[in-house]
Write a protein of this length. Structure first.
Lengths: 325, 331, 325, 331
């Protein structure tokens, strides 16, 4: 197994898929020079500028044109640069791509991977820091994936490219350089969570970079004798309800942690689903996410919106202290 | 259009297709107004049939088109089955979209009709992308993208035309200028003009009378042949007129007194084509037969649609997505 | 008190506010002919075409330009025609309008009412039927309001125009013609729910037209001896947590019903909030919303996505039968 | 620029302002590279100072401008305080946006600077709207909207210019064409050209050397006076060059060998203005004093910023919204 960065893992997946299937191509601004986060470095040399295509600053056209190209038989990988800019192509994604197959009675497909680098990245401020994965999980027709590790960024990218549905693929900008072992024989499966750590005391559900934070929290909790089970959902639609419900049934305690704004975030879906399941909890569930404020440039203000390992651990501590219901 | 070089057979075929489009829409309108059989809003292209017919004639079956909310004519001209279309308008099983889309999402991928669109201008980037896909796959198809004058005021007009110009794509953008954007005179909301914008976006532009099917057919044949040859995008501005309201229930009282009547009297493309064929020797009876045949065909389509069942309820969970399909969820 | 339609109630509120404050103006496609749903009929005659302004088909510019005009001191009412088309202006709303005041350190305001007619309207199919209120509740900087009655459409519209924050104002297309009494002395208050019916057995939380459906369900339930309390949230941000928590504490049973897709919808926020509160429930909460599929043109398929009074009543019945926990 | 009609005092004022902008950015870059004091990405307008200076000179304090991610020059030229700006770049209390926005959201509403923008092209419709607001309120202000060549490929370019043309708004759109969109040569991604697009959108267009501050100032004075008079929108295309990378950490290796060096040698607007002033009689020492003063001013701004505290943490909940403010929520 090779050790590689989160960025390189996805790049490898893209390159392999492009070698195997001529119909796969990438399109986005500056891709010919490797893309803004160097996730494409070297690819234009191998595949040429038609398949690693530059684009005008035209998010709506990048999304819309890639969709048109998908309808006639290609398999585009669309680079949105920052998830925030993808909002310039919302009609294309939500009204067109997500709905076409259904609206046209099954006549069309949109096998597309829509890459949207997400999340806080030091001092990028409010227009370059958003986590809107919950939005896309709400839209029928879309698959939503937020890998947190190099292994998963490799395996899920392979799965996303192989998928015949449009996949909103949210990579976290903060972990481009995160290194890890990658087994390239693995292919991801949407709707299958990864058990990042097992434990019987409290279930921590998370995804994207916050899953890494949650794992760190679980380490700290272990040091003081609390066994946390960390579930990284990896994909939000479909999501692994079974894994969450099974774990909660075992631990009786649930924390959901994510970077997005808590209000209306996907954490609510997880907590609500557990509540509706009738699972017996020994303490009320806890949701940790950003307050309903905006991401600041100043680091001390930016930090006020972050969910930290300490916050997760503290929530677990409090739950363990609470009287069982 | 003069009679010199007039090909009567081809001209008759054009009339037949225009009559079929008109009959389809008049039948659908009657089914909507009188019987409430057509369920959602339908946007009729009555008066604009020449654009669809003249343009699409030069396309191959495997060429692609995209359309707008006003897409019946384009869809029929591309070769779709009117029965399947009528079923779609009635929301029935056997509709070309399984009853899920209705008039505004009419599509027939089997004949290269990649869909009407309920969002104005959205089909422009999609069409450019279809042409991009053709080029990537090494095909020699041409894409024709139809849109209205109002659509030229949305961003995708600029982004889609620029895209086609930058990537040298085999596409013809057709602005079907009927002067109105719903109840608004488009000129009042447009700075500069549409053809000029296309020119400034680097495309070769042709301006044409959109109610003269003969000229349209001739010019379209030249343009689409050139696009197939060069792979370069072009733009056609076709000036036409919407004889009806924006939707079938729009009385269109915002139009200047007498305008529609004058247009109907002077510029109806079907009346013009009938005259031409009459001059070329066809009898009124022959011409009326064409009309009757079209009406009969569409009446039969309506009967077939009326008799068709509603879609299977289980299909509401089909064709959403493979991964995470709602069919697998319990609700 | 006058009886008027939901559409006319909002029109009256707009007209009154325009008479009182010259800075208020409306902009959108076809407004000069009354707008596509006739919500503006007659206003251009009174206020002229500058203040009841037509617009090109340019949703991004309508939203962006109204924002610019708000920044320099006007108070625009923006008409998006269908909530679906507002997706063409997502960057303008979410990245610009919602964020500007914060990003610029409080230097600017965006006192805007952004009208987005929402929801299913017979056989309008997937691009003209969406309910995305949950999206906007997730976005810091936005107020979100979904009135369900003529009275509330009057009173909340007055409040929205008076508000110095951008208000996403979602009127339901299905009830334009719904008539009701309107007391024009009332002004709405964001974050204050309306108790549509009181009862001690089960709490039904809803908003927009589904609140009307919920009220009907409560009527049917009353006939069979079940006393449902119906809470119409009216605004989703802020939302009246207190009213919901107090009611659930009383009834011990919670149903949340809305028209939007259930997955990732705002119902999850309500259920999660109640679960986190530790309120004791005698049955697991229930969320009713659309399945994660698309709105069809065919009425029988369209109906499969609707939350009906019968469904709500049935859920309440089942809850009442369940063994108390 | 010839010396005929050259107004030395005005020319010197222009140099001073250009030097101040350059010194501000060089100081900020040093603070970023050497000390990591500037926190986020900053986009420098080094080499493009003449556009900001020449254009904004003709504006009143109550006129408005909007800018882009590359907005330091425009903001300083409009009269913002460099200390407050530097504090903003360092994310400190006292920054013009309270440390919340940083370089990409720099703004000073007190001098009519309505904000930089992190989304390319988004400021175009906003600026059109500001002009719309001015007109509705009966004011006589002019709005100047700055954007890059790359921004002309996004939809808001079309929608915003059309809006201004349709509603007859007092706005000047300024395309500050530095030839690049990040690492991409804009021409390669542009079909047609920007000035032609503006013309086709019905605006009066002027094309100008964006590195000649004297000509810019003269032409801008004419244009803004005309806009104030007529209330009609106009467009200015200013060809310039970005001497640095896209961001301060971009080595810009994608540029042809020697291009930047040649541009720096031949077209640097500050060097040109210094030469002109020298020919007009100023000494090198006098010119150097201008530069030193600018550098001293910005060094002091940096010192003040360095010494400033971080923003009060409670402010993270301020200025989100009045109704439903997060400050009232318990988290
Ligand atoms: C983005 C968007 N905005 C508004 C509408 C509502 N709408 C439907 S058709 C139409 C007028 C379109 O005018 P034009 O493009 O000239 O086409 P025509 O109807 O004349 O064929 C409008 C405004 C829409 N469907 N999509
Ligand atoms: C909508 C959007 N897409 C992409 C970006 C990323 N981006 C920031 S600056 C830039 C290049 C802009 O080029 P141009 O408009 O010419 O301005 P310049 O940087 O040359 O001043 C890009 C692509 C963005 N900020 N917003
Ligand atoms: Mg039209
Ligand atoms: Mg540039």
């Amino acid at each position: 197994m090779a050790v590689m960065s989160y960025a390189d893992a996805a790049k490898l997946a893209v390159a392999e898929a492009m070698r195997e299937d001529d119909r796969v191509w990438c399109v986005g601004e500056d891709l010919g020079r490797g893309g803004v986060f160097k996730q494409y470095t070297g690819l234009v040399e191998e595949f040429g500028p038609k398949r690693i295509s530059d684009a005008p600053i035209s998010e709506a056209a990048i999304m819309g044109a890639a969709f048109g190209a998908a309808m006639v038989g290609t398999r585009p990988i669309v680079e949105m640069r920052f998830a925030d800019f993808a909002l310039c192509a919302t009609d294309e994604l939500v009204n067109q791509i997500a709905k076409a197959r259904f609206m046209f009675g099954g006549q069309s497909r949109a096998p597309m991977v829509i890459r949207k680098p997400m999340g806080m990245w030091r001092s990028s401020a409010a227009q370059h820091s958003q986590s809107l994965e919950g939005w896309y999980a709400h839209i029928p027709g879309l698959v939503v994936c937020c890998p947190a590790t190099p292994q998963d960024n490799y395996a899920m990218m392979r799965a996303a490219i192989a998928c015949d549905d449009p996949v909103v693929y949210l990579e976290h900008k903060n972990i481009w350089a995160l290194e890890g072992e990658v087994d390239t024989s693995l292919r991801g499966e949407f709707g299958k969570a990864r058990l990042r750590r097992s434990g019987g005391d409290v279930t921590i559900v998370s995804w994207s970079d916050t899953a890494n934070v949650a794992e760190a929290a679980a380490g700290a909790l272990a040091d003081r004798g609390i066994a946390a089970e960390v579930i990284d959902l990896i994909s939000l639609w479909p999501w692994d309800k079974r894994a969450v419900l099974d774990s909660v049934r075992k631990t009786g305690r649930l924390i959901v942690a994510h970077e997005a704004v808590a209000v209306g975030g996907f954490g609510a879906e997880v907590v609500a689903t557990v509540a509706q399941s009738g699972a017996r909890l020994s303490a009320p569930p806890v949701r940790l996410g950003a307050p309903r404020s905006l991401v600041s440039y100043a680091p001390n203000l930016e930090d006020k919106l972050r969910v930290t390992a300490a916050m997760i651990a503290e929530a677990a501590d409090k739950m363990m202290e609470a009287e069982p219901a | 259009m003069s009679l010199r070089n007039f090909d009567t057979r081809a001209g008759l075929a054009r009339l037949i297709l225009m009559e079929r489009i008109r009959a389809f829409e008049e039948t659908a309108r009657r089914a909507a107004v009188e019987e409430g059989l057509v369920l959602g809003a339908i946007h009729l292209s009555i008066g604009q049939e020449a654009v669809a017919v003249g343009l699409i004639e030069s396309l191959r079956r495997d060429d692609y088109i995209t359309s707008t909310h006003r897409g019946h004519g384009h869809t029929l001209a591309k070769g779709a089955d009117p029965q399947a279309m009528m079923k779609e308008l009635l929301g029935r099983a056997g509709g070309c979209c399984g009853g899920k889309g209705g008039s505004m999402h009419i599509a027939d991928f089997g004949v290269g009709m990649l869909g009407a669109n309920g969002v104005v201008s959205a089909n422009i980037t999609i069409a450019a992308g279809a042409a991009h896909g053709v080029k990537l796959l090494g095909g020699d198809q041409v894409v024709v993208c139809f849109f209205g004058d109002g659509a030229a005021n949305r961003g995708p007009f600029l982004e889609g035309l620029n895209w086609a110009g930058v990537f040298d794509l085999p596409i013809l953008f057709v602005c079907e200028d009927n002067r109105y954007s719903a109840s608004t005179l488009t000129a009042a909301m447009t700075s500069g003009n549409v053809a000029g914008r296309a020119r400034a976006l680097g495309l070769r532009v042709t301006e044409i009378d959109g109610n003269d099917v003969e000229e349209l057919a001739q010019v379209a044949a030249e343009i689409t042949a050139r696009i197939r040859e060069t792979g370069q995008p072009e733009f056609l501005h076709a000036l036409t007129y919407r004889l009806d309201g924006h939707t079938y229930f729009d009385p269109a009282t915002y139009r200047p007194e007498g305008e529609a009547e004058r247009m109907r009297a002077e510029r109806d493309p079907i009346a013009r084509q009938r005259e031409l064929l009459f001059e070329a020797g066809l009898s009124v009876a022959e011409l009326n037969t064409v009309r009757e045949a079209a009406r009969d065909e569409m009446a039969a389509a309506l009967e077939a649609a009326r008799a068709a069942p509603w879609p299977d309820e289980a299909s509401v969970f089909d064709d959403v997505q493979d991964v995470g399909s709602p069919a697998m969820e319990a609700f």
